[in-house]
Design a protein around this ligand. Sequence first.
Ligand code: FRU
Length: 520
Amino acid sequence: LKYTEPYRPQYHFSPGENWMNDPSGLLYHNGTYHLFFQYNPAGIEWGNMSWGHATSRDLIHWEERSVALLARGYPDNVTEMYFTGSAVADVNNTSGFGVDGKVPLVAMYTSSYPVSQDLPSGKHIRTEQQSQSIAYSLDEGETWTRYDAENPVIHNPPSPYAAEFKDFRDPFVFWHEDTHKWISVTVLAAIHKIAIWSSENLKDWSFASEFGPYNAVGGVWECPNLFQIPIKGHPSAKRWVMVLGLNPGGPPGTVGSGTQYFIGDFDGTTFTADPGSIYPGNKSANWMDWGPDFYAAASYNGLPDGHVVQIGWMNNWQYGAMIPTSPWRSAMSVPRQLSLEVVNERVTLLQQPHHSWRSVVHHQSSKHSWKAVSKGSTRLCSPGKAVNIDLSFSDHDSDHSLASTFAIAVHASSDFKQETLVGYNFTSKEVFVDRRHSGDVSFDKTFASLYHAPLSANADNRIKLQIFVDWSSVEVLGGQGEVSLTAQIFPDGDATEARLVSDGVTRNVRLEINRMDSAH
Ligand code: FRU
């Protein structure tokens, strides 16, 4: 495989072939980053859900490995699929799965059963039931043994919600140091509730508490993720962050999948959102990403204390199965390092790309600065299709000679009829991505759209944008990372040009463009 097909991501993970969705088990162990993911071994549409597997030493160069959990009964008679979950290293061997001192890696996933059945564990499964199961590996994730003796280890939803057995999924498991217990966070997707469980051995689970519904409650709630982060500059202060996917029900201006978060506290039993994180009447939400293509975000287990790295599925259920790529479908976002910082007296969640991307920066980079970029189009020399861009400029209030919008166009054709714009609207104080003319937009009527996120100038009155462009995606981080916007694009292969577009004067512009090499 050479990873040179049209639209093939060069420094984002994508499977060599076939369909991929959610990251399902992000684990750092013994110097290796594991990425398990929802995978159809048989084609480029969702189905036969299994866990694919890739490993990396640095979070940017990935090696795809053999399928970790292959749907039971595949290919002829699938009786159990392995939906989204998570993985941990059971270093104290609480599960007893470890032998000869080997640390067991334990995966917890949703068993999705298309048909009713009686299992070897003696448990009865109803048609279309979803339950939580575990499997373990004693060879660094290469091969897995399902715990058939007791699976599913969480058979049914908590009793008040017994009726939700068809929409009960996506266990995110982690070690809770303060209470010395394993915690698993699951969703009751259709009723917008999180169910939290605890265990001493990863096998026997008790229901601990519930959370929700709050804020955005469109569609179903999926893929919960819960982690603790220190507040920068306040070493002893830490908060907990709950992240979850909504489908459909993303941020304003998007259609389909979206991701929201809550900042709060978790005591080993209950997650309590900070009052500032909740908007009564479901009037608003904290959006993890303001674009259309960031979903099912999950964080790494096994990182040193205080480090949180998250990866999202860079696609959207609205059109995910129609994107014009072959022989694979879907890529992951760049890994993002999360932090909390007090900004304008408010604890704010910030995202920065994990530094690993720097190892694929092509040596020569180009830097430009302008005291004033004038109205119209300013051509830049062709940067190619995989680039990293730092763009900053002075903010201003509206004035007839000054710009109301300023943008950089990437993946542009030589006549600029095709281009993707990443820019700023000085009037509405919003960063935007405009993919209306980005290339192939024909496969879904909602795809050709403009997306925006609120962003104010920093203390120096400047707007800063970090832009990651790959062969079929754009990710924008605004300011210090207080907003991000992720969008797929499918431009023509020869759309390699770039320009600045300003509808008035934009002042003190600084631009740095780094070409990115392939990570393959
Ligand atoms: C979210 C999701 C999960 C589910 C998985 C199935 O993208 O619907 O809730 O476990 O995909 O592939």
